[in-house]
Design a binder for this molecule. Sequence first.
Ligand code: BGC
Length: 779
Amino acid sequence: MLFSPRGGTYWFMRNFWPPKSLVLLSCLLAFTIYVPAQSAGMSADEAHRRAEALLKQMNLDEKIGQMNQAAGMAIPGLGGGKPDDLIAKGGVGSVLWLIDVKEINRLQHIAVEKSRLHVPILFAFDVIHGYRTAFPVPLAMASSWDPSVEKAAQRYAGQDARAAGILWTFTPMVDIARDARWGRIVEGAGEDPYLGAAMARAQVRGFQGQNMGPDSVLVCVKHFAGYGAAEGGRDYDSSYVPEELMENVYLKPFHAAAEAGAGSFMSAYMDLNDVPASGNHWLLTDVLRNQWGYKGFVVSDAFAVASLQVHGFAKDPEDAALKGVTAGLNMDMASGTYVKNIAKLVSAGKIRETQLDAMVLPILEAKYKMGLFDHPYVDESKVEITLNRQEGRELARKVASRSMVLLRNENQTLPLKKDLKKVTVIGPLADSAHDIEGGWTVEGLFGGGGKSHPVTVLAGLKAALPGAQISAVPGPIPGKVFLGMVDQFSGAKAVAPPTAEETTEWISKVKSAAADADVVIAVMGEMASMSSEAASRASMKLPGIQQQMLEAAVATGKPVVLVLENGRPVDISWAAEHVPAILEIWFPGTEGGNAVADVLFGDVNPGGKLPVSWAHTAGEEPLYYNHNLTHEPEDRPNFTSRYWDVASKPLYPFGYGLSYTTFKFENLKLSKARVKAGDSAEVQVDVTNTGSVAGDAVAQVYIHQRWGSASRPVRQLEGFKRVGLKPGEKQTLTFALGKDELQFWDPQTKKWVVEPSTFDVWAGEDSTAKLHAELTVSD
Ligand code: BGC
């Protein structure tokens, strides 16, 4: 069988990677990061006019060709070793997994010069958090609670990508993740639809600009939709999400991205309520096109059209192509199913050519909007200059420090003083250049690594403390029991766990190095390949012998700082009681080590907040703050809707994060105590920096509808702002509560409604905020 049931990219890479014939894939004060404007592209009307004119000249095969995204290498069944012949015949609309600039230009020359209608190819790649300079992983950037951070990073990544010939990125991933066992939680903005929508819009604008143009990169919003609800947090597993939950939670960031002008969407791998997302008419046509009026195009996830057969949904490849087209899927990623079957379906009268016209038109429009017909080639002389811009390093450092979350800081352990003489750094992540950049780095993942020169935490500490003696005890590298897709890319091998003797030896090394130090910095968590695609976990414990090493360091009585590098919340219940300071850095990117030093030594005051509820243990997952009340709410004395063996509240709540200063929230006021449904009230709250250093507060507004035609979440985020405040400074912040914030999708009428009811309104520092007001909504 060509494709494995859980296959996708994993299967493909395992069998065909690396390719043989081609060289492929080969501050203390808040600031708004400056994002330069992009060149304006062709207007939508003009792009539409030209695309229609071109479409009229196309024959059937050329139309089908535009719907075909070929892998930038030989694929069995597609003939020939290289896609050259097919491209020359106009049979390829897009190519993915190709980063060799010369090869990109060579293929583009074939498309532009040899194909009958000279239609350029849209080259695509996963530019998720940077191209050469890696920014923090998306979960980290969401922790900044500052959309300008995402926008600036993705704008920069887009400039790099476009200079290197990548025109289309498979970003942003806006899947809501309520279950930290799911490895792809690291690729998105966490559990909340409101925060997720804000980060989705920022990413769209970062890559595409206001309008797409010759220096934008087309985005692809993925994975449409419900992928993050995979059963048991197991990647690719089925999702069962009722329509009301889709509308009120899972679809919201997708809708926001569509409204922000996202040029394309990607359909997900899994079955949604038993219908595979890539053949799901409800998702791709009823919701996306008919409800939202979306005018862009949808590409399948890798091999997902062929997989419609594997799911037991399509009878054969021809049926898979039919089901994809009928559902509303414009482009087939890498499986070749469309290119081999659509013509037959048209001859048999199962697909009308006018149906195909509607599928091809938005693909051509995107190519026009991006200026691709006028600028099809990469200027090879500029690639390295662009990719090595120093400003990218500076931006990456700022974005990284702005994304870090201080989870614990007993007795003001942090910030550390810069006159430390002896520092011991422990943990396998302390000096791992690959891991600090995170999993989805373009060059790191696909063979061109080594060009970005990442700064590890150890290197960052050494640069910050040139006079200090810094010793490192890494310990053994933790391995996975079963390797995943990313391991295949990087050629990782299974790592045997240390023997009892080796463990004892490492622990005694930790003890003696720690005993000799002024401070111990433990850099621990998960290796980058332990999250992301096909990297789900059943346990959230620190893998390997990290926990033992940490306990040994703490037992010496020396101050210990835990710097957590990981792609999901991990089980730090012990550390949360015994380690005085914990800083969450996620995977902070190329400048991560310098950014960690900036925060640890107080040059930057951390202001990030958690975009996820942090569980004590995996058994609590899925865990999210915006659940319903139940008949046994938590404030009841005999609260029994709970586990009897673990606290019912998360270890750290959604929106939580400390600072080196303190803030006071007060004077929560509503401009009106009563509004008519559809009208707005203004929420006002004062926030004051009550400490002695400048810092950033993130004001968060939550609401709850007390009664109505459906049970509503105990709380839901409906506003946030990150502001920088000097010591003693106060700001009055305002937020709107109107139709967008108060409405919900009513499962009874199946409509968006603002209902007459009383709404609780809270404002404060996290999802447990106490400052409260009441808003009455009347008919
Ligand atoms: C992933 C997508 C990715 C695609 C192309 C798939 O396996 O699910 O997120 O964009 O591969 O690399």
